[in-house]
Design a protein around this ligand. Structure first.
Ligand code: PLP
Length: 357
């Protein structure tokens, strides 16, 4: 069975305990008043015609700069930001810009990066957990390393401040670049750790998404690019999607203006749930610190698509095999659990069931 067949099967099956899909519960997405948001945008930008073509970088780069300032306390020039159709488009455009360079990623990996790199025929190099720092130290000049510094998909791992400093030191010293996929950054429970681009603005691309914060259907990401890269990326986007829809940009901008650029106010209910789930999950995986994902191992069990399908049928529990995200046999007995979409009581039932298997 392929990854796509497995996910389609998951999506079409009614399941009591859904730890498979990497999304917040639908009821926890905030209600968006679309016309109100567009009205707010129009009041602030009365001359903009949303139905026309417009600049490739996006209409709302100033709003994006204000959002970075408010949420990260970092001053970024609006002309270093691009509004993209989500982080996925930012990944694709960046891979095109780096198509003649090696692309590094950590294994287990986010399939959206790996499948895009394969589609573009990139030279993809996996970094294994055991040899991670040795491999990172040897990344060559001009290459690109993709990772998520915060709560990565699928492992849930987060880099410590020391690791972030070490990483950017290598990137700066050896002249390579980092794509930091910040899709899950706002789902911290404790203190936020400094972003990589705040530590090294010349070599780091920082990509944020509204998909988990507000609505994936708005297809919007705010992406910071180092100054020297920006015009190349704009040229690539111009032949890819021309520009993001003005309508969705106006909705995002109106929502941000209404909420004083605060990305997290609407997340308090979900974060309380993540905190309650953290107390349960750390009994089996103490490394969980926030975000949606964690891994769970059943030593010596073959956790593959068939095993997960059987778990679905017999216990109505959906999980993903970690081997779905890895080239290595090290993860054959591990699974990815998404703990954002499940109540604490139900999570406890799942853990008890998994432990009894
Ligand atoms: C790590 C990661 N990056 C990017 C995306 C896609 O984000 P977007 O909807 O902004 O394209 C996802 C979606 O699940 C994801 O898990």
């Amino acid at each position: 069975m392929s990854r796509i067949n497995f996910l389609n099967n998951l999506a079409s099956t009614k399941v009591n305990y859904n730890l498979g899909a990497g999304i917040p519960p639908l009821v926890m997405y905030p209600e968006i008043h679309l016309t109100e948001c567009m009205e707010i945008f129009k009041q602030n930008f009365p001359t903009v015609d949303l139905l026309q073509y417009h600049q490739t970088e996006g209409l709302i780069t100033e709003i994006a700069a204000e959002t970075f300032l408010k949420n990260e306390n970092i001053k970024v020039a609006p002309n270093q930001i691009m509004i993209t159709n989500g982080v996925q488009e930012a990944i694709f455009l960046t891979l095109i810009a780096f198509k003649d360079q090696p692309i590094y990623c950590l294994d287990p990996y986010y399939p959206g990066l790996v499948d895009a790199a394969i589609a573009l025929n990139c030279r993809l190099i996996f970094i294994n957990e055991e040899t991670k720092w040795e491999q990172i130290e040897n990344i060559e000049k001009g290459a690109l390393l993709y990772l998520s510094a915060d709560f990565s998909n699928p492992t849930g791992q987060t880099l410590t401040l020391e690791e972030r400093k070490k990483l950017v030191n290598f990137a700066e010293k050896n002249g390579w670049y980092i794509f930091d996929d910040a899709t899950y950054r706002e789902f911290y429970i404790d203190e936020k750790i400094n972003t990589l681009y705040s530590l090294l603005s010349e070599n780091v691309i920082h990509a944020t998404s509204f998909s988990k914060l507000l609505a994936p259907g708005l297809r919007t990401g705010f992406v910071y690019f180092p100054a020297e890269m920006k015009s190349k990326l704009t040229q690539i986007k111009s032949v890819n999607s021309l520009n993001n829809s003005g309508i969705t940009q106006s909705i995002i901008a109106g929502w941000l203006l209404k909420n004083e650029f605060d990305l997290t106010a609407q997340l308090s209910e979900l974060k309380s749930r993540l905190l309650a789930n953290k107390h349960i999950i750390t009994t089996i995986n103490p490394s969980y610190t926030g975000g949606f994902f964690t891994s769970f191992t059943l030593p010596n069990k073959e956790i593959d698509y068939n095993w997960c399908n059987q778990l679905l049928q017999t216990h109505s529990i959906a999980v993903c095999p970690m081997r779905m995200f890895s080239e290595s046999s090290n993860y054959n007995d591990a699974m990815r659990l998404c703990i954002s979409n499940i109540q604490p009581n139900d999570l406890q039932i799942v853990i008890n069931t998994l432990e009894s298997i």
